[in-house]
Design a protein around this ligand. Structure first.
Ligand SMILES: Cc1cc2nc3c(=O)[nH]c(=O)nc-3n(C[C@H](O)[C@H](O)[C@H](O)COP(=O)(O)OP(=O)(O)OC[C@H]3O[C@@H](n4cnc5c(N)ncnc54)[C@H](O)[C@@H]3O)c2cc1C
Length: 541
């Protein structure tokens, strides 16, 4: 039986149990499926639980599936070959982890350093501006996931989501992520989980070569990949290659284009990161008296979107970080890129989110960014323009910023207000740096958001930073829908966000498992496995 229980915001575990006893007429075992906050009525903010009496743990189904498949694989000669997984972001990690559970001993290549070195490199970049090309917000142990905000919500549907959550819990995440509507680990907790996961994977027999960049591959008949090459001249034999290099691996895109791997242009989005005092967002979402009414309520979130169908235009918020920090997520010194993070407690003084405009193939073609590489060309060009607006040549240390009111009115800001940005910020006339179609869409978007959340765009302390350009990959590395293999290289599995099949931590992790599972099914000859069939692999918006 499944029931919904709604309680006032301030309640205890005992209140929930009393309500359940009342509903069921007795004390019976239960499992929380979802917990969400309903703040539509500011004077009566409530929490809704979706609870089931079915206490069957889905983790047990995975144990059965893995045990059966492991048995089927046992006698196969291929078990002596080591699959190669490139990239230690969520897609690469969960792919290698699933393979290891089935008895394979994958080799992982990661261009960046292990976690502790990466943390030191990032601290140096924030303070002194020395950007390490392979050790930054996007590159290094754990991939972009390591510095992510740790929001685990996803729009995809897949039975593997519960496996991903359970794996995080097994590596130190709080149990609540299994049932919260909006599970959030924060940068601090996800980093710890990923470190534990990577350490345990190495202990279990997976080899991870850090500071080792994948630079090429050889083929046996022009198609089948027989080996991979690294920047330091190593060469590894390869039976199956899982490419999980993320959306910022521009050298990998260049390599694949050069080798004529089948790829296509993928639509993406570009915009700014907007920041408000967290109190301002709390007051809009919970009402001006939220402190008196609820005491220490969790920092408020928002999700905004406006679409103009006739213009095929959409402006929406993305990666909202309540009580968070604006980050300089640049991966090289040719451009500046922003992003956001928050810690588990969401206790920072500011709240930020990306506000982005969709960029379609037609937008690119109309402006001369033709062909498959058009998205990357626009992305690179704009990042460089934003960088140059506040930095000296060869540096991407300083983040361009502008007061939101000035941005919307087309005026330069003479100074900036206090902000959460961990890198230095400087005023930039960002309204002049966007192509006209993006700037006018952003203005329209902010205007409509102010109607949905009164004071959102007119708040005098709101500021924008840029460029928010790495919302997703500008390419899709094509693959067959069922086998998940590249049409040009039959043993290449392009996976995760960089290949265009995921839009966040959970969907990238699920995609990694799906690819490993597709490989296993190909080897066992058991097609149409229920677990894989149920998954939907569209990328998130
Ligand atoms: C600051 C920030 C905050 C974010 N917050 C969230 C959030 O709260 N929730 C959410 O769902 N998503 C968030 N994301 C997005 C999320 O992190 C990504 O969607 C996810 O990490 C993608 O996983 P991936 O495995 O596909 O690629 P990545 O995590 O990008 O990993 C790719 C890895 O491949 C390595 N690599 C690249 N090229 C090579 C090469 N040639 N050789 C060897 N290694 C290579 C890279 O160094 C990197 O470690 C955030 C991202 C950032 C940057």
């Amino acid at each position: 039986m499944q029931v919904q229980i709604t309680l006032p915001y301030q309640h205890s575990q005992a209140d929930l149990e009393t309500a359940l006893r009342h509903r069921f007429g007795a004390d019976i075992p239960y499992r929380i499926l979802k917990r969400s906050i309903d703040a539509r009525q500011h004077r009566n903010i409530r929490v809704t639980y979706s609870v089931t009496t079915d206490t069957h743990d889905p983790a047990a189904d995975f144990q059965t599936l893995i045990a059966r498949q492991k048995q089927q694989l046992q006698s196969k000669e291929v078990m002596n070959a080591r699959p190669v997984v490139v990239g230690t972001g969520p897609a690469g990690i969960f792919c290698a982890y699933w393979l290891r559970l089935h008895g394979f001993t994958p080799v992982m290549l990661e261009q960046g350093p292990p976690m502790m070195q990466r943390i030191r490199d990032m601290a140096r970049f924030m303070k002194q501006g020395d950007l390490h090309p392979w050790s930054n917000i996007c590159f290094g142990a754990g991939g972009a996931g390591t510095y992510s905000d740790g929001k685990l919500i996803t729009r995809i549907r897949s039975p593997f989501i519960s496996f991903v959550m359970q794996t995080f819990v097994d590596h130190g995440a709080p149990e609540e992520i299994r049932y919260l509507y909006n599970p959030h680990l924060g940068s601090n907790k996800i980093r710890q989980c990923i470190k534990r996961l990577l350490d345990s994977m190495e202990e279990s027999g997976i080899t991870i070569h850090y500071n080792t960049r994948f630079t090429g591959y050889r083929t046996s008949n022009g198609e089948h990949i027989s080996g991979v090459e690294t920047h330091d001249g190593q060469s590894l034999d390869c039976h199956a290659l899982f490419l999980a290099t993320g959306h910022s691996a521009r050298d990998v895109y260049r390599l694949l284009r050069h080798r004529q791997a089948q790829m296509s242009l993928k639509e993406f989005a570009i915009g700014v990161r907007v920041e408000h005092p967290a109190v301002a967002i709390n007051q809009i979402q919970y009402g001006p008296k939220y402190r008196e009414l609820y005491g220490s309520i969790e920092t408020a979130q928002y999700r905004l979107a406006s679409t103009w169908k006739e213009e095929a235009r959409a402006v929406y918020s993305f990666c909202m970080c309540p009580g968070g920090y604006v980050l300089n997520a640049s991966t090289d010194s040719t451009g500046v890129v922003t992003n956001g993070m928050s810690n588990y407690r969401k206790s920072g003084r500011f709240s930020n989110a990306a506000i982005v405009v969709n960029v379609s193939a037609a937008d690119l073609a109309e402006r001369g960014y033709d062909g498959i590489d058009g998205g990357l060309a626009l992305q690179t060009e704009l990042e460089a323009t934003f960088r140059a607006s506040v930095n000296t040549p060869g540096s991407s240390h300083i983040v361009p910023g502008q007061r939101l009111q000035d941005f919307l009115q087309g005026e330069s800001s003479s100074s900036l207000l206090d902000s959460s940005c961990l890198n230095p910020v400087a005023p930039s006339a960002m309204h002049k740096l966007f192509p006209e179609f993006m700037y006018s869409a952003l203005r329209k978007g902010f205007t409509s958001f102010d109607r949905k959340m009164r004071g959102f765009s007119s708040h005098e302390r709101a500021q924008v930073f840029g460029l928010e350009s790495r919302t997703s990959s500008p390419y899709r590395i094509d693959r067959d829908r069922e086998s998940l293999r590249s049409p040009s290289h039959p043993n290449l599995y392009p996976i995760g966000e960089g290949a265009g099949y995921a839009g966040g931590i959970t969907s990238a992790a699920v995609d990694g498992i799906r690819a490993a599972q597709a490989y296993i099914q190909m080897l066992t000859g058991v097609e149409g496995e229920e677990m894989t069939q149920k998954s939907k692999h569209d990328s998130e918006p």
